[in-house]
Write a protein that binds this ligand. Structure first.
Ligand code: AMP
Ligand code: GLY
Length: 424
């Protein structure tokens, strides 16, 4: 098979690494890819939103299977365009990717189908939102831009003043662009967060092993929100009891709800869960693998990823059982000092060769570029260093040891990824 992967981050490098292990795959292309992906795939200089060029490329190279990794092209309808050209593609169509693309849609869906989530109201008018905040809200309260905002469109406001400023920035100043044409205001919840990824074929859902992200930039969950500074898998807080609850009230219910709405979902549903004192609640849905969740979940998956993805496209996922290694993995993101605000790039990266050929250590590239000086830093999140271990403590020690193998100027990381496991 010839496979085309669309995307350029650590998640796509993790997907490509799994795809490369498939006995069925003879050639991998990635658009646009990065310097790490280029070691296992042929990267092509086409952006993830250049749908016409992507379809033309897939036809020209007679691609058998396309995998869309990123949210923007999914929400924008790349899967529909590939399918219209007769190309088998893994990922939700536009009418299903709205599960991630519109928070107002996903909240209404959960309400209609009684899927546990925070209480909320949707607004498309700033004055009505302000009136609600003055008269009906209790604090803290959570404001969410409706559309895609790089994971940054969520504001937790402790006071009415903060919330009014939040409405201004989302709906009036359009800090998140058109994502802020509508807004969700929802109840503030407390508890531990867990990420659960799943494969879905429109009817059947298969749950992957759990993971936990660390979204804040600094140790102790301080600092600004980022795309994710590290992950571990499995989450010791995702107990059998939590799993049973989610299977009963959340997972299949979501798949059935989408089918009932005439929006059958095929691809990956990422359930962002909060384990509140009242039980698990859905914080958000994503229509794709998490980044950097994929970097700890996929290395532990024993199945041939292409077989599972084809079953999602063909509607035969009921024939597949997912299998994960009975171990643990930790991913520590190596970022550029200053991320997520401002940072320099272009620094030479050394030590990458130490990871080559290992099954227990991986160095997934996120923001890197090959130049005549060698591979250099080219983004805020530069690399994701993943290590396995027999348990979480061992995986964490291994991952932090491996972060020392890599050297580049302005290297920054959190030192407490997976520290929560000490409390488990
Ligand atoms: P989201 O993009 O919806 O996952 O939100 C980003 C982050 O904001 C989540 O990972 C949570 O840490 C936080 N968050 C979102 N919604 C709520 C809520 N209702 N209560 C408390 N924290 C929230
Ligand atoms: N790690 C969170 C996300 O991928 O949205």
């Amino acid at each position: 098979m010839k496979v085309l992967i669309v995307g350029s981050g650590g998640r796509e490098h993790a997907i490509a690494t799994s795809v490369a292990k498939s006995a069925r795959v003879e050639k991998i292309y990635c658009a646009p890819g990065n310097a790490g992906i280029a070691q296992i795939a042929e990267c092509v200089d086409i952006g993830a939103m250049e749908f016409g060029r992507l379809v033309a490329f897939a036809k020209e190279k007679e691609i058998d299977f396309v995998i869309v990794g990123m949210d923007d092209p999914l929400v924008g309808g790349l899967v529909d365009e590939m399918e219209a050209a007769g190309i088998r593609t893994f990922g939700p169509r536009k009418n299903a990717a709205i599960l991630e693309g519109s928070k107002a849609f996903s909240k209404d869906l959960m309400k209609k189908y009684h899927i546990p989530t925070a209480a909320y109201e949707n607004f498309d008018d700033a004055q009505e939102a302000e009136a609600y905040l003055r008269e009906k809200a209790s604090y803290p309260i959570v404001l969410k831009a409706d559309g895609l905002a790089l994971g940054k469109g969520v504001l937790i406001c402790n006071t009415l003043e903060e919330a009014l400023e939040g409405v201004d920035s989302i709906m009036k100043d359009k800090k998140f662009g058109d994502a802020g044409n509508r807004m969700v205001i929802e109840e503030f919840m407390t508890g531990r967060e867990v990420s659960v990824l799943s494969f879905v074929d429109g009817k059947t859902i298969r749950i992957m092993t759990s993971a936990q992200d660390h979204k804040r930039a600094m140790d102790g969950d301080r600092g600004l929100n980022t795309g994710g500074m590290g992950t571990f898998s499995p989450s010791p807080f995702y107990t059998e009891e939590v799993d049973a609850f989610c299977r009963k009230y959340i997972y299949q219910a979501t798949v059935d709800a989408m089918a009932a709405e005439g929006r059958p979902f095929k691809g990956v549903i990422f359930f962002g869960l909060m384990l509140t004192p009242k039980g698990p609640r859905v914080l958000e849905y994503n229509a794709r693998f998490g980044d950097p969740e994929a970097q700890v979940v996929l290395p532990r998956m024993k199945n041939d990823i292409i077989e599972v993805m084809e079953a999602c496209v063909d509607g035969t996922l009921d024939k597949i059982e997912l299998q994960f290694e009975d171990n643990a993995a930790v991913c520590v993101v190596l970022a550029s000092e200053g991320y997520p605000v401002s940072y320099e790039k272009g620094f030479v990266i050394q030590g990458l060769e130490k990871f080559e050929g290992s099954e227990d250590y991986y160095c997934f590239h996120a923001g890197t570029k090959l130049t005549d000086k060698g591979i250099v830093t080219n983004g805020g999140r530069v690399l994701g260093v993943t290590a396995k271990g027999r348990n979480l403590k061992e995986a964490r020690a291994n991952a932090y040891a491996a972060t020392e193998w890599i050297r580049f100027d302005n290297k920054y990381m959190r030192h407490d990824i997976g520290k929560a496991i000490d409390e488990a």
